[in-house]
Design a protein around this ligand. Structure first.
Ligand code: GDP
Length: 480
């Protein structure tokens, strides 16, 4: 019941790199030649918007029915914008100012709430969505979890200060994400403002604005005086037109979690960005490792919506817990399916994140207490293998080697190369890492060396068993 990453990519006509990324998102590290089990493959397939048809429970075959959106079903959608730039250059001020350009809110204000993103509707009827957690840290954290929400980056540079270290950082991150940049040269109301110097500075970061013969748009603004905000929005809409942003609104919704929190009165509240399809009240959604039925959809002006179209940020009530920011959400057909996906993801998270380490810590403390009390000694091992079958076989084999005085404790048995988090986990339990047909990343190797965590490499299971047995024997107290 397994399939290689390569084969899976072929069957979906997807890029191998994209499949590997999707797997990483689910906490599975795999290379193209590695085999993944049918459950994992099924989730990947669904992440790619296909339907899965399993011929039989025991069947190796995973049928994939493509449900790619047809060109004729695609409709224009508003651009999603992230504002980045150096501290104090005016990101927050600019986001606040842009918010007032909404025809419904207007200069007078209107009661808004911070939900992590907002959408403005301009006098022309055009809409723009702004992620209102400025800066590249949040942006990068989201990308690390696989969410790419941003279509356009607005790079704020203060005209009286010029390009600073975080400006350069932001440029790197925008480029890494392949997001086009629009430069907002801010604070032009200030006496010391020198917009030309900003344009000049940007050249050395390979940002060539239009007036200097390049193709990056730049707009001189003042967030404080609300100067040229309309010009900045025009530039964003022009960029959106060039990008030809489209989505099919007529399908079950998919998107990404912008933020989540526990609200006293309302329980778990998540802000999501709808990226495809239409999200409706009553839909059953899986968000990260959480799921639930959508009880209410609320926008950034506290209005209840019955549905949310592509590029709309919206608060969702009714999800059972708080999903991680940057995780994906998807509407599924029924509660059983939702429960299944959520359980799968929770299991993966347990295996791979700090939460899992904390959980391991609880039992570790108990075990340490017993060891200190002289009741039991232990050999702790963390197993990483190329395929799940081997990981499980090794786990079963070494656990059987436990002795009444010395327990063999498997901290974790999973698939993929050895990462820094594996080393941390092993170190926390003073354990040994067993690498079966897998290698460690350079960072993990360096960390293991520094922290004195031993990594042993194997390709034959009985050799693992022999070694672990020796370790157990070595800890058995000599009989008097
Ligand atoms: P952030 O750290 O990039 O979010 O920057 P802020 O929005 O917090 O702004 C930093 C400081 O610059 C604040 O004191 C703002 O009032 C000020 N500021 C922001 N935009 C402008 C502007 O267009 N003109 C002037 N004169 N000051 C501004």
């Amino acid at each position: 019941e397994s399939i290689t990453v390569q084969e899976l990519a072929n069957r979906m006509a997807a890029r191998q790199g994209e499949v590997i990324k999707a797997l990483m998102k689910m906490g599975v590290m795999a290379t193209v030649t590695q085999t993944i089990d049918a459950d994992t493959a099924e989730l990947v397939v669904e992440e790619f918007g296909h339907r899965v048809r399993r011929v039989a429970e025991s069947d190796v075959e995973i049928g994939i029915e493509g449900v790619e959106d047809k060109e004729e079903d695609l409709r224009s959608r508003p651009p999603v914008v992230t504002v980045m730039g150096h501290v104090d250059h005016g990101k927050t001020s600019l986001l606040d100012a842009l918010r007032t350009t909404d025809v419904a809110t207007g200069e007078a204000g209107g009661i808004t709430q911070h939900i992590g993103a907002y959408q403005v509707t301009l006098a022309s009827g055009a809409k723009i969505t702004f992620i209102d957690t400025p800066g590249h840290e949040a942006f990068t954290a989201m990308r690390a979890r696989g969410a790419s929400m941003t279509d356009v980056v607005v790079l704020v540079v203060a005209a009286d200060d010029g390009v600073m270290p975080q400006t350069a950082e932001a440029i790197k991150h925008a480029k890494a994400a392949n997001a086009p940049i629009i430069v907002a040269i801010n604070k032009i109301d200030k006496p010391g403002a020198n917009p030309d110097r900003v344009r000049q500075d940007l050249l050395s970061h390979e940002i060539v604005v239009e007036s200097m013969g390049g193709d990056v748009q730049d707009v001189e603004v003042s967030a404080l005086k609300k100067t040229n905000l309309d010009k900045l929005e025009e530039a964003i809409l022009l960029q959106a037109e060039i990008l030809d942003l489209k989505a099919n609104p007529d399908r079950p919704a998919e998107g990404a979690v912008i933020e989540g929190r526990l609200d006293r009165g309302r329980g778990a509240v998540s802000t999501v960005l709808v990226q495809k399809g239409t999200l409706r009240k009553g839909d059953i959604v899986v968000a990260g490792a959480e799921w639930g039925r959508v009880r209410a959809l609320v926008d950034d002006r506290n209005r209840q919506l019955s549905e949310a179209l592509p590029s709309t940020p919206v608060e969702v009530l009714g999800i059972g817990g708080v999903p991680e920011a940057g995780s994906s959400f998807v509407v599924v057909e029924n509660e059983n399916r939702a429960r299944e996906i959520s359980e799968f993801r929770q299991r993966k998270i347990k295996e791979h994140t700090a939460a899992g380490q904390t959980a391991a810590r609880g039992t570790l403390d108990q075990m340490l207490a017993r060891i200190q009390a002289g009741e039991q000694k232990q050999v702790a091992v963390l197993i990483k293998a190329d395929v799940q079958g081997s990981a499980e076989a090794i786990k079963a084999t070494v656990e059987k080697l436990s002795h009444e005085e010395v327990a063999v404790r498997v901290l974790n048995a999973s698939v993929g190369q050895i990462t820094e988090s594996d080393v941390q986990l092993a170190k926390a339990s003073d354990g040994l890492i067993i690498a079966f047909n897998v290698r460690a990343t350079a960072q993990a190797r360096a960390m293991a060396q520094r922290d004195g965590v031993e990594i042993r490499y194997y390709s034959i299971i009985y050799q693992v068993a022999d070694d672990v047995e020796q370790l157990v024997k070595g800890k058995i107290a000599p009989k008097h």
